[in-house]
Design a binder for this molecule. Structure first.
Ligand SMILES: *Cc1c(COP(=O)(O)O)cnc(C)c1O
Ligand code: SF4
Length: 347
């Protein structure tokens, strides 16, 4: 089969810690057990963004022995299994549903909510299961907004992606489709002009990217985002608040301003989900509030994301502000827009 350039780049990704030792002066042995438990995958492009071991790019993609330290966290931190009517769908809000169309990504993020399943069969749904998901959405007239996720939907080849989007497009009650993807960050070569040409026929389509650090804003990622924006796809960004990556005002304001300059609107800043193996990335909510508040005045209002938390019971996302935070301490209690109070452990 003739592989596209992006497929060749993906195939050249490194997946074993020993391969890191060819680029950096590190001992890969302690990382091997980590990569066996939680797979590693770093594209040549993303690898080239690392300047030194332990830097903000490294921390996001290189296994860390701290991932194996026992913690009190969850393999399914959003209780998604309780909202899974058919295997490839998560349906938690009446009007919105997630459709998991890809079980893999162009890089496995060490902080991923689905890190216990990513890159493993548990998240790889067959074509039949995806079809079953589309049929489910077709039978639910309340669903207006479908979010393609996974894994990374843009790792489907153009044919499968366009097929899936076209089938969703034919469902009259589906008003908009969103794609959540980290490809502009880790494999910008995936955003080809052919792909953009196909996507331009499938509007209204929205894309949310996932940039976490200003060093991810490169000429390559700018080109990828520009191509998408040029075919009229509104671009948003979801950032995860990560210790040692972006948990300070200067980094966050550089990121948000840089995104705006790339025509990507900062949408959500996520308090990290309580996923097993991610404790070393956790940032206290108090610190998160300081970081978000510091953006006011430094960044155009257009570039200030909402700071969101997704409690483990699966109640749905809640915005964190000074006003919504009822209590911090052992437990965080936050008031939702509807006035209910939800609690989550402050770990
Ligand atoms: C986050 C999420 C959505 C989308 O939420 P928005 O606030 O509309 O961006 C939809 N379904 C599930 C299960 C989610 O976790
Ligand atoms: S790209 Fe998204 S789904 Fe894939 S590993 Fe990273 S956070 Fe998880």
């Amino acid at each position: 089969m003739d592989l596209n350039s992006w497929q060749r780049q993906l195939a050249a990704s490194i997946t074993r810690p020993e391969q890191l030792a060819a680029h950096f002066d590190i001992d890969p042995v302690p990382l091997q057990a980590v990569a066996e438990r939680y797979p590693m995958l770093i594209t040549p492009y993303y690898l080239s963004l690392i300047e030194a071991p332990g830097d903000p790019i490294w921390r996001q993609c290189v296994p860390d022995p701290l991932e194996l330290v026992p913690d009190q966290l969850f393999e399914d931190p959003l209780n998604e299994s309780a909202f899974t009517p058919v295997p490839a769908v998560v349906h938690r809000y009446p009007d919105r549903a997630l459709l998991m169309v890809s079980g893999t990504c162009a890089g496995f993020c060490r902080f991923c909510t689905r890190k216990s399943r990513i890159g493993r069969p548990a998240l790889c749904f067959s074509d039949d299961q995806v079809s079953e998901g589309i049929d489910y959405i077709a039978r639910q007239p309340g669903i207006r907004d479908v979010i393609l996720t996974g894994g990374d939907p843009l790792l489907l080849d153009d044919y499968h992606l366009v097929d899936c989007l076209s089938r969703l497009r034919r469902i009259p009650h589906v008003e908009i489709v969103r794609i959540g993807t980290r490809v502009p960050v880790t494999l910008p070569a995936r955003i080809t002009t052919e792909l953009c040409d196909s996507l331009s026929r499938l509007h209204p389509l929205y894309i949310n990217t996932h940039f976490n650090h200003p060093r991810e804003l490169t000429p390559e990622s700018l080109q990828a985002c520009s191509r998408l924006a040029d075919v009229g796809i509104p671009l948003g960004n979801q950032t995860v608040l990560l210790r040692g990556v972006n948990d300070d005002p200067g980094t966050m304001s550089d990121l948000c301003r840089g995104l705006l300059a790339m025509r990507v609107r900062p949408y959500y800043l996520h308090q990290m989900d309580l996923a097993k193996g991610t404790t070393h990335f956790r940032v206290p909510v108090e610190r998160g509030l300081e970081v978000v508040e510091s953006l006011r005045g430094r960044v155009s209002g257009l570039g200030i994301p909402s700071y969101m938390v997704d409690p483990p019971g699966g109640e749905g996302k809640v915005e964190l502000t000074r006003g919504s935070l009822v209590e911090t301490g052992e437990t965080i209690r936050v008031r939702t827009a509807q006035g209910d109070v939800v609690s989550l452990p402050n770990r």
